[in-house]
Design a protein around this ligand. Structure first.
Ligand SMILES: [Mg+2]
Length: 193
């Protein structure tokens, strides 16, 4: 089986460690965000930090859209302070339909979009199927000391192979925010490499 279908274009330790200005400068115009374990821990409301981040991204000139397999009520709760942000609920990731609907909502084509999510087998796999760039972020875990499940272990294996595979087109190379990256480096090394 070809694992490259699960490879992201870039990996970042968190949504706060991505250089969004650089994404804009590279020509991207819309970001399709997963919510659960990407922006906040599963089921949590938006926080002042995530609200501020999404507002800052929009001020750069990037549109944001929430692309979630969860339902309307959950997404609206996350967006309670950001009612103008569009979303696609019950997206059925990794199926293509939700991603394509998101592009339609934003009025952009696939080459202008970036998917940001915490799951290799849904968020990133679906992005690759649609030929949309994908950034994998480390999943938010309420207790970093707690054991992780089989799926997360499989994801870490895919990530390790991706990091060794220089042939992978890393079209988003160096979109990490260097300052933020340093702060998360120890964590990342321990959990991913
Ligand atoms: Mg998620």
């Amino acid at each position: 089986m070809c694992l490259s279908r699960f490879y992201p274009d870039e990996y970042a330790p968190s949504v706060f460690a991505i250089d969004y200005q650089k994404l804009f400068d590279l020509g991207y115009r819309g970001l399709l965000f997963d919510i659960d374990n990407t922006l906040v821990h599963h089921g949590d409301d938006g926080t002042p930090e995530t609200d501020a981040l999404l507002r800052r991204i929009e001020s750069i000139g990037l549109r944001v859209l929430m692309l979630s397999n969860n339902d309307d009520a959950r997404i609206r709760r996350f967006l309670k302070n950001l009612p103008g942000v569009p979303f696609v609920s019950m997206a059925g990731k990794p199926k293509k339909q939700g991603y394509l609907k998101a592009l339609e909502v934003l009025g952009i084509d696939r080459a202008q979009a970036v998917v940001i999510g915490d799951q290799v087998f849904t968020d990133i796999f679906g992005a690759n199927r649609c030929n949309i760039a994908g950034i994998l972020v480390r999943f938010i875990h309420p207790d970093p000391a707690a054991p992780i499940g089989k799926r997360r272990r499989a994801e870490q294996l895919v990530l390790r192979l991706w990091q060794k595979n220089e042939r992978k087109h890393r079209r988003l190379h160096a979109v990490r925010n260097e300052g933020e990256t340093k702060a998360h480096e120890a964590d990342e090394t321990e959990t991913v490499l």
